[in-house]
Design a protein around this ligand. Structure first.
Ligand SMILES: N[C@@H](CCC(=O)N[C@@H](CS)C(=O)NCC(=O)O)C(=O)O
Length: 197
């Protein structure tokens, strides 16, 4: 059984998308979280150690951190073909993109959002490097892994969907986001997502 602890229009929305891509039965427990504007509160029902979302419980076992949830689900449901399995020649690239997302994209985008890229040259360089890496990948293929869609696309696309202006401009990126938004699983998940609580 899969249970996602979810807050509408948050980092857990992309895991709803992922669960729709998989197609296995799942349930959603909508919980409240502390929002950036000071509203909301930690929900005692949420098993996440910091009261954050997403938190996934799969057959009684808790998985937290979006990138870890992506890897866990792609490995647990190989038929959904959401990431190369162990032994696949693209496994290393796949792991690289997931960990790059968590270790680079999240902090770099938050730094850009807070304006640090305007005042700190090292932050500006990190941002430019992130954009260049994305541009290089999307010039080679429609997805980060080339021809194969993976959960790494779910993570990266979710940042564009949340804050388009924080990510690089241009048709290459607009087309990437549109390609992913056209996926039926994405559209079902978007229709299911409610108002932020
Ligand atoms: N690195 C975590 C970040 C999770 C996170 O910060 N989620 C936000 C919602 S977008 C949250 O739950 N915030 C509530 C809080 O900080 O208490 C992940 O990607 O899963």
């Amino acid at each position: 059984m899969l249970t996602l602890y979810h807050a509408p229009r948050s980092r857990s929305s992309r895991i709803v998308w992922l669960l729709e891509e998989i197609g296995a039965p799942y349930q959603i427990e909508t919980v409240s979280i502390r929002r950036g504007d000071g509203s909301g509160a930690r929900d005692p029902r949420n098993p996440h150690p910091d009261g954050k979302v997403p938190a996934l419980v799969h057959d009684g076992r808790l998985v937290t951190e979006s990138a870890a949830i992506c890897l866990h689900l792609s490995d647990a449901f190989p038929a959904a073909k959401l990431g190369p399995p162990i032994g696949d020649p693209q496994r290393g690239d796949y792991l690289g993109w997931l960990f790059w997302y968590a270790g680079v994209v999240e902090p770099v985008v938050v730094s850009h959002w807070k304006g640090a890229t305007k005042t700190d040259p090292a932050e500006a360089t990190a941002y430019e490097q992130m954009c260049a890496r994305l541009r290089g990948a999307l010039e080679r293929g429609p997805y980060l892994l080339g021809d194969a869609f993976s959960t790494a696309d779910v993570l990266v696309a979710s940042v564009f969907q949340w804050g388009r202006q924080l990510m690089p401009a241009g048709a290459l990126f607009d087309d990437y986001v549109a390609r992913l938004a056209a996926r039926p699983a994405f559209q079902r998940a978007a229709a299911e997502d409610g108002e932020p609580g």
